[in-house]
Design a protein around this ligand. Structure first.
Ligand code: ZN
Length: 209
C-alpha cells in the first residue's frame, strides 16, 4: 500500500510545517474549537471546504454528504447543526453545492446506481418543484447547473426550517444561513445571495414559534 504510506509521510511533513508556522498550534486546538462557520457541502473529493476558503483546522465545522442535502429527519445532519449552533456557537451556516455535481447529474438521469438512488430522490423532489423553470432551459449542462443552484436554495430553506436554527434566532443568537455554489472549472465560489438571518424570512407554515 505505497499510496497509503505516502499519506503518513505527507501527514508528518504537514504537521511539522504547521508547528514551524505556529509553535503550539496543535496544543491550542487540543483544548477547544471555536469555529465561526458550519459548512454543509457535497462529499465530492474536488471540494475540500478548508482548502477552498483558505481556513485552517479548527475554523470550520463540517457536514458532508452526496449532493449537500439537508433532510428534515436526518439525525446525522441535525446533530451537526445542533452541536455546531448550540455548543460551538457558529455564526454562519453555509450550504455549498457545486456545478458538475455527480449526485445532481445522477438524479437527472435514469441510470440505476443502487441504494444511492433513494438518497437522490431528494434532488428529484427539487426538480419536480421547479420543473417548469428547468424544463424550459435549453441544454442538459445549463439545466444541470441550474438544478445545482436550486438544490442549494432548497437545502438552505431546509436548514432554516429546523427547530435548531429557529431556536437560535428566538434566543437572539446571531446566525445567518447562506447558499453558495462552487465552480469546479475555475475553483471559485459564488454567493447565491440567499442569506437568511431571522424567522420572518421563512414561510409562516415552517415557523415553529
Ligand atoms: Zn457533488
Amino acid at each position: 500500500m505505497k499510496s497509503l504510506q505516502a499519506c503518513f509521510e505527507a501527514n508528518r511533513a504537514w504537521a511539522a510545517r504547521m508547528r514551524e508556522r505556529e509553535p503550539g498550534f496543535f496544543e491550542r486546538l487540543l483544548h477547544a474549537q471555536k469555529p465561526e462557520l458550519l459548512w454543509i457541502g457535497c462529499s465530492d473529493s474536488r471540494l475540500p471546504p478548508d482548502q477552498v476558503v483558505g481556513r485552517l483546522p479548527g475554523e470550520i465545522f463540517v457536514h458532508r454528504n452526496v449532493a449537500n442535502v439537508v433532510v428534515h429527519t436526518d439525525v446525522n445532519c441535525l446533530s451537526v447543526l445542533q452541536y455546531g449552533i448550540e455548543v460551538l456557537g457558529v455564526r454562519h451556516v453555509i450550504v455549498c453545492g457545486h456545478y458538475g455535481c455527480g449526485g445532481v447529474k445522477a438524479a437527472m438521469e435514469r441510470t440505476p446506481l443502487g441504494l444511492i438512488d433513494n438518497w437522490l430522490r431528494h434532488i428529484r423532489d427539487v426538480y419536480l418543484v421547479n420543473r417548469v423553470e428547468l424544463d424550459a432551459i435549453a441544454g442538459a449542462k445549463a439545466r444541470e447547473d441550474r438544478l445545482c443552484e436550486l438544490n442549494v436554495a432548497a437545502q438552505v430553506a431546509n436548514v432554516c426550517h429546523t427547530t435548531i436554527v429557529q431556536g437560535a434566532w428566538a434566543r437572539g443568537q446571531p446566525l445567518t444561513v447562506h447558499g453558495w455554489v462552487y465552480d469546479l472549472s475555475d475553483g471559485l465560489l459564488r454567493d447565491l445571495d440567499l442569506a437568511v438571518d431571522r424567522a420572518d424570512q421563512i414561510p409562516p407554515m415552517f415557523r415553529v414559534r
